[in-house]
Design a protein around this ligand. Structure first.
Ligand SMILES: Nc1ncnc2c1ncn2[C@@H]1O[C@H](COP(=O)(O)OP(=O)(O)OP(=O)(O)O)[C@@H](O)[C@H]1O
Ligand SMILES: [Mg+2]
Length: 346
């Protein structure tokens, strides 16, 4: 439904500032009816990427297709129609403070010239959907952050879009409110069959709500696929760095302080074992010690869920004796256990 074909975006130079290539040769198809996360460092090009989808920016080269139509070829009423089929929500909500909740949600429909009674038929159920049925006459200043974002979501849905774009929509909210908004986005995705493209710098959000993820770095997509697969085995250094902050993947402080990249005399090998799918319901940790003929210390561990699938992480240490190390690799190969040597420590 949304396809990026060889998209490059270069911002023209301004006095004192050279030209800047914000996006570089992007080829990407947004999975239909899924919630896809776009992640990347600040300045990576995330906002620029989604602004191309609703025509707020035009690519310098290449094409952005929405339902087989080149967005940059549209103007006037065609561009307005496209924007009706692509809803967008924002970090700072972008509500009109002089308009009530009801009137904010009704606004995109007023622009299309829809009759008042028809507008009411759309707006009322949307207010119920987002849980603001009793706030029609309130003004944005009278709402909490979470309630404001619910208005933003209802407004984005008013024109019955097929696609919802979200640029850091939960970044200004506390964790509990974030969880409620994410639940709402999941419900909308499931019940309305909406495709959602969601930018966030919060990895917890990606883990919780997306099924697909694309990683953008320096204007290029460096990694994309199922959230579960990428979170379990990130291949690009940027992805690894971003995911290293996730609770559960962090090593205890004392391990980090004492760990080295190569073994010192007496050091043990510190390995992260990741369990998912077939390896998650076998007693592999208890078999590891006998298999390598040495004792195994458990240093850290968590059981977690990524994109709705269970997984576990356990950090262990064992002797760095070459025979033991070789037996361990053999055990991991035979059992399909995902193992990554993190370093060496006492
Ligand atoms: N209108 C513009 N003119 C010139 N440069 C721009 C313009 N808009 C964005 N850029 C530059 O393009 C790069 C990508 O910007 P973009 O807003 O897409 O990043 P982002 O990934 O959304 O970052 P953040 O996480 O901070 O929101 C940045 O270096 C930014 O300075
Ligand atoms: Mg941005």
């Amino acid at each position: 439904m949304v396809v990026f074909e060889g998209v490059t975006k270069e911002f023209a130079p301004t006095p004192g500032k050279p030209a800047f290539k914000a996006l570089d040769a992007i080829d990407y198809t947004v999975p239909r009816k899924a919630i896809t996360g776009i992640i990347g460092r600040s300045g990576a090009g995330k906002s620029t990427l989604i602004r191309l989808v609703n025509g707020l920016e035009r690519p310098t080269t290449g094409r952005v297709l929405v339902d087989d139509t080149d967005v940059a070829s549209l103007s006037g009423s065609d561009l307005r129609a496209l924007r009706g089929s692509v809803g967008m929500i924002f970090q700072h909500f972008n509500l009109l403070s002089s308009r009530s909740v009801y009137d904010n949600i009704a606004m995109p429909l007023e622009i299309t010239g829809m009759h008042r009674t028809e507008i009411a038929k759309r707006v009322r159920p949307l207010m119920d959907l987002v849980g603001l049925g009793d706030k029609a006459g309130n003004y944005p200043a009278e709402l909490s952050g979470g309630q404001k974002q619910r208005v933003g979501i209802a407004r984005a849905l008013a024109t019955r879009p097929k696609l919802l774009l979200s640029d850091e929509a939960t970044s200004a909210l506390d964790p509990e409110t974030t969880a409620q908004i994410l639940d709402l986005l999941k419900t909308i995705n499931r019940d309305l069959g909406l495709t959602v493209l969601l930018i966030t710098h919060e990895m917890e959000v990606v883990k919780e709500v997306t099924s697909q993820v694309a990683v953008i770095d320096g204007g290029r997509i460096v990694e994309a696929g199922r959230t579960f697969d990428i979170f379990m085995a990130p291949s690009h250094p940027t992805t690894r760095t971003m995911l290293s902050g996730l609770s559960g993947s962090a090593l205890p402080n004392w391990v980090q302080r004492t760990m080295a990249d190569s073994p010192r005399p007496g050091d043990r090998v510190i390995t992260r074992l990741v369990f998912f799918g077939a390896t998650s319901n076998q007693p592999l940790v208890s078999r590891l010690g006998p298999a390598i003929g040495a004792d195994v210390n458990i240093i850290a561990g968590t059981i977690d869920e990524i994109a709705g699938e269970p997984c576990g992480t356990i950090v262990v240490s064992h002797s760095a004796d070459p025979t033991v190390v070789e037996r361990a690799s053999q055990f991991y190969r035979e059992t399909g256990l995902h193992a990554e040597v993190l370093g060496y420590g006492p």
